[in-house]
Design a protein around this ligand. Structure first.
Ligand code: SAM
Ligand code: SF4
Length: 444
């Protein structure tokens, strides 16, 4: 690769989960520290970071087509860095398959991106897929500006080894960031403009730490501490695992006003034999009982989940059990996916892989039920007045977009500022959003 002039502008494109969005923001901050600025909308960037997702095959393959398409208006290639979970899983392969890529950096090593960039400018191609996660956080610059709703990664990695999932291999073992670091980062986010913080982790409710008095605390303890920050109005967390739900976390939903009434608790399937084959360590009934306890603590809690259809061996009866679970819960929203065999995971080589057309048909039925329930939840919200955190401008002049406590997107006309929390009456329900009417400004 030839030496090139140092990049003046960058673009970070993040795919996949919210943890990637967080990592993308942190990489952007590292580049900004170097004086590199974001490329203006619609203009070429000198450096493009593709922050990739490996969770399903389609997501991983997209990387190569994106690399192929990247070109500046004068026909030259920008400097290209591939980051994220595809980088971790396929580091050397990317280098071999895509000669225009000069940096491949895994999710635990991106704090070293600036050094890699220096080498890339000198014409050297480098791969860094080391996994020292805490070192990464220590090496990142302090947060400066923040969106009204900001992400804060508190936990990384996964020890659960669900048989279909690549995360334990791409993100490594479960680690919790220290309490003091999180408090400091949360304070910086709030000082930088955040009104809401979503605590992130692959298994966020596996977070453990020690508070400033040295007492062992879990995620609920962390939430309680963060709730004392005066200018922080809202706290959310995602994604939780049923196995790591504690009594304290359930109770927190009834006790902490700033903790929003929303829970994303993936179940994947409603069939016990499939859950067992997935190594999920919970059954359908245990999952439903957990949800009942959350609902008892916070009756208006909105529920969300993840589903996989077509896991190897899934029969029509197994799928029907999933449909029954969906009917029993009444989700406010949910994500559903066709099973995608991931290289190196146990499920990829299991017998009885389900035919693609069967998966398609099941996914359609499941999504029809989930869409029906989401619409029902939104319709049941019509007439309620609730605080909405204004996150950005809408498409039409004068229109703003924010989130209800139940994570619904709410559109309304107003001249209030981004970052304000306003009382909005939810006037009309759509499948994916609500139309609202402003009542008054709120303070919390
Ligand atoms: N840790 C979380 C959990 O246990 O649910 C979520 C991790 S994963 C990034 C997000 C979702 O992707 C999973 O909940 C699952 O529904 C889906 N997923 C993971 N591996 C998959 C695969 N091989 N095929 C299809 N969907 C998959
Ligand atoms: Fe993947 Fe299971 Fe870990 Fe979630 S709990 S990240 S689905 S292995």
């Amino acid at each position: 690769m030839r030496a090139t002039s140092p990049p003046k502008t960058y673009r970070v494109k993040s795919f996949g989960c919210q943890m990637n969005v967080y990592d993308g923001e942190r990489m952007a901050e590292l580049l900004a520290d170097r004086g590199i600025v974001p490329a203006p909308e619609g203009e070429d960037a000198d450096l493009v970071v593709l922050n990739t997702c490996h969770i399903r095959e389609k997501a991983a393959e997209k990387v190569y087509s994106d690399i192929g398409r990247l070109r500046k208006a004068d026909g030259s290639k920008p400097l290209i860095a591939v980051a994220g979970c595809v980088a971790q899983a396929e580091g050397e392969e990317i280098m071999a398959r895509a000669p225009s890529v000069s940096m491949v950096v895994g999710p635990q090593a991106y704090h070293r991106l600036p050094e890699m960039l220096d080498k890339a400018v000198a014409g050297e191609r480098t791969t860094d897929t080391d996994m020292p996660p805490i070192a990464k956080f220590d090496a990142l610059p302090a947060r400066r500006r923040a969106a009204p709703s900001a992400f804060l990664t508190v936990q990384e990695g996964c020890d659960k080894f669900c048989t279909y999932c690549v995360v334990p291999y791409t993100r490594g073992a479960e680690i919790s960031r220290p309490f003091a670091d999180l408090l400091a980062e949360a304070e910086r986010l709030v000082a930088g403009g955040a009104r809401e913080i979503t605590l992130l982790g692959q298994n966020v409710n596996a977070w453990t730490g020690e508070d400033h008095k040295g007492r062992a605390i879990g995620l609920d303890g962390l939430i309680r501490e963060l709730a004392t920050l005066p200018d922080l109005a809202r706290i959310r967390y995602t994604t939780s695992h049923p196995m790591d739900v504690t009594d304290g976390l359930i109770a927190a939903h009834g006790e902490i006003d700033k903790l929003m009434p929303f829970l994303h608790l993936p179940v994947q399937s409603g069939s016990d034999p499939i859950l067992k084959a997935m190594n999920r360590s919970h059954d359908a009934d245990g999952y439903l009982r957990l949800l009942e306890r959350f609902r008892a603590a916070r009756p208006d809690i909105a529920l969300s989940g993840d589903f996989i259809v077509g896991f190897p061996g899934e029969s029509e009866a197994d799928f029907e059990a999933t449909m029954q679970l969906v009917d029993a819960v009444g989700y406010a929203q949910a994500f559903s996916f066709k099973y995608s065999p991931r290289p190196g995971t146990p499920a990829a080589t299991m017998a009885d892989q389900v035919a693609p057309e069967v998966m398609d048909e099941r996914l359609q039925r499941l999504q029809a039920a989930l869409n029906r329930d989401q619409m029902a939840f939104n319709q049941a919200s019509v007439g309620k007045t609730c605080p909405v955190l204004v996150e950005r401008k809408g498409k039409k002049p004068g229109q703003l977009l924010g989130k209800s406590p139940w994570l619904q997107s709410v559109w309304f006309d107003s001249d209030v500022s981004i970052g304000e929390i306003v009382e909005v009456e939810l006037a009309e329900a759509g499948p994916n959003s609500m139309a609202g009417r402003v009542r008054a400004s709120a303070t919390t």
